[in-house]
Design a protein around this ligand. Structure first.
Ligand code: FES
Length: 207
């Protein structure tokens, strides 16, 4: 059974923003993916508590929310580190030393691909082509791209992340964008209500 929206885990600000998102769509469930990203912004991943509250907000079951979220690479249904490092080992990067780079990263961070460092700072994963082949070998940290990576430049990157000097370029995991959208698909409540009534009438054969 899902929790009542705003029943505790998600912050009041996140719940308010989620309700604003729901207002942009004809059906609450259509806002599911953006709300998952919003919730992930709070914890860096989608905890069971967050999934329960999202389900209540959009009128789905927690199993339906989990089933959808687990399909998408960018949504995490298990805890991840503050920084998720995705190392591309596809063909262009492989030919330019991706596996040697991955070995270096595993040794440096003392973690294998697919796992998180003991201090919870870094999750390391091997990725398919991240569409930055011209700068192979490359990686992404929290979906921000870093190209022409060498062992030395990787070490500098990690030093910067640990020291907190790179937060302008690479925020903690879960922050997809830092600019909040204004307007866009926003439609007034009366229009949405009318569209819902028409859709409901059609579904019951009344129109
Ligand atoms: S092969 Fe690595 S980014 Fe395309």
């Amino acid at each position: 059974m899902s929790s009542a929206p705003g029943s505790g885990h998600l912050s009041a600000d996140i719940v308010t923003r989620a309700r604003e998102l729901i207002g942009l769509y004809p059906h609450p469930r259509s806002a599911l993916i953006p709300i998952c990203h919003l919730a992930q912004e709070q914890d860096g991943w989608l905890s069971p508590e967050a999934i329960d509250e999202i389900a209540a907000l959009v009128g789905l079951t927690p199993a339906e929310v989990l089933g959808t979220a687990s399909f998408y690479e960018m949504l995490h249904t298990e805890p991840v580190g503050t920084y998720v490092i995705s190392v591309c080992t596809n063909i262009a990067c492989m030919l330019r030393g991706a596996y040697e780079l991955l070995d270096h990263i595993q040794d440096t961070l003392d973690v294998r691909a697919g796992a998180t460092t003991a201090d919870g700072m870094f999750t390391l994963e091997e990725a398919e082509c991240i569409a930055d082949c011209g700068r192979a070998p490359c990686l992404a940290v929290n979906h921000r791209f870093v190209g022409d990576v060498t062992p030395q430049s990787f070490d500098s990157l990690v030093d910067g992340l640990r020291a907190g000097t790179m937060s302008d370029d690479i925020p903690r995991h879960g922050t997809l964008v830092r600019v909040r959208r204004q307007g866009g698909l926003r439609v007034d409540d009366a229009t949405i209500r009318a569209e819902r009534e028409t859709a409901a009438a059609k579904a019951t054969g009344g129109a």
